[in-house]
Design a protein around this ligand. Structure first.
Ligand code: JHZ
Ligand code: ZN
Length: 404
């Protein structure tokens, strides 16, 4: 019996199985009993009715997003700049708006909004991230955003002129409740802007590591048109974004309140030309994913057998998928370098590679560095130029396995 679609309850056809996987941000603390780690089957399917690509098995949201969730959205200069520009765009041509952000994390966006004295509220289930946001002068309600919470926020603060969300709407199996909540909270002339990984970029780059527990849904324009319509909203604009390896920004509004940008029809046509939702295309992506695993494992074993010192850079959530799918343990990758204090001194989920601070990296400290944070490669390689200049090499696996 095919699993039911999280959006429309239609039958979901599986096309890729990445095996038994841990939670991608569940870094193991020293002394923690690894046998208590949570595992699930990470597999991807496409709904035959509404074409939404989604996880077949979804861990409970409370297990993925909680008080000590370690990720911080402001951990890259490129993303800080991106969210500063995004805040400008959201506030342009608006007088005294009320801005609500779903998944406000450490306040990297709402910090810019608060700095302009604009009424705002973040909603995020991670208490520790919310504390970091509060330090930026951001008001946060520590909770999951649902229809009930949305009605509560409206009763307390009035309607929202802007509802924004980055890397959150695609992260929650409870998406229909979230969208009904947005429809209930949004002012008549308001806009709902959300940014998430784009299915088109994932397939084009064979970026199989974007498939993680937290990425429950993989948005395309076709699937999102149907998804927002179910909540009485209308997709009025779309924009491709270069960040995080290829994302897409959607703008929705109450039906019939805004003209629909030609960009929507253009990208819909492009998706059809690319056969983005065709099972043959998805099966081909699955085959390429298996090829990447083979090529990466062969390369890393050859490097190890040749006596090379190999580390990785960026203890990303994405890397949990690669490491567990390819069986990359401390024998092939001796450490993962990461600047995030909440990750340092812990072990990577499932594969238990130690996470070390950037001070542990540099000229003469490694021969090869596996670029787990490939979506930040330019920023990281600029920062670590001395390593490259001393002969250090970088190993990439997206879009193909190669060394630079
Ligand atoms: P990064 C997370 O994914 C999870 P991850 C989430 N589900 C999502 O969708 C995206 O974010 C948005 C480190 N780093 O951004 C910081 C350095 O050490 O690719 C991070 O741990 N030095 C919400 O985890 C990691 O790399 C640096 O100079 O895959 C990057 O994680 C830079 C730039 C980063 O997201
Ligand atoms: Zn569906």
């Amino acid at each position: 019996m095919a699993p039911a679609c999280l959006v429309c309850t239609g039958p979901v056809e599986e096309f890729l199985d990445l095996g038994r996987q841990p939670l991608s941000d569940a870094f193991v603390a020293p002394g923690e009993d690894p046998s208590r780690e949570y595992f699930f089957r990470l597999a991807l399917g496409r709904c035959a009715a509404c074409c939404m690509t989604q996880l077949i098995e979804v861990p409970p949201a409370e297990r993925m997003f909680h008080q000590t969730y370690p990720y911080r959205s402001s951990s890259s200069a490129v993303m800080r700049e991106h969210f500063a520009r995004t805040a400008e765009r959201l506030l342009a041509r608006r007088r005294d708006p009320f801005v609500v952000e779903i998944g406000s994390n450490d306040g990297v966006l709402l910090g810019a909004v608060a700095a302009r004295g604009v009424r705002h509220l973040g909603v995020d289930p991670s208490g520790d991230a919310a504390a970091d946001a509060a330090a930026r002068g951001v008001r946060v309600r520590v909770d999951f955003f649902t229809e009930r919470i949305a009605r509560d926020v409206r009763a307390e603060h009035g309607p929202a002129d802007v509802v924004f969300s980055a890397n959150t709407i695609s992260h929650d199996p409870n998406v229909n409740s979230i969208l009904r909540g947005v429809a209930a909270l949004l002012a008549p002339g308001g806009e709902f802007v959300f940014e998430d990984p784009y299915l088109g970029s994932v397939l084009a780059n064979t970026a199989f590591d974007q498939i993680i527990d937290e990425h429950v849904l993989f948005f395309s324009v076709r699937s999102v048109v149907a998804m927002v319509r179910r909540a009485g909203l209308e997709l009025v604009d779309v924009e491709r974004l270069p960040v995080h390896g290829g994302q897409i920004r959607f703008t929705a509004a109450h039906r019939g309140t805004r003209p629909v940008s030609p960009a929507v029809a253009e990208l819909l046509a492009e998706e059809d030309d690319q056969e983005l939702h065709d099972s043959a295309r998805l099966a081909e992506f699955a085959a390429r994913t298996r090829d990447r695993r083979r090529d990466l494992v062969v390369l890393l074993r050859r490097l190890r057998d040749g006596g090379a010192r190999v580390v990785a850079y960026g203890a990303t959530a994405k890397s949990a998928t690669v490491a567990n799918y390819c069986g990359l343990g401390p024998d092939l990758v001796s450490a993962v370098i990461d600047a995030t204090p909440t990750k340092q001194g812990r072990l990577t989920p499932g594969t238990h590679i130690p996470v070390e601070p950037p001070e542990a990296f540099g000229p003469g400290k490694a021969d090869y560095a596996l670029m787990f944070a490939w979506n930040h490669a330019e920023e990281i390689m600029a920062k670590e130029r001395a390593y490259s200049e001393s002969g250090g090499r970088w190993v990439f696996y997206v879009p193909e396995v190669h060394v630079v």
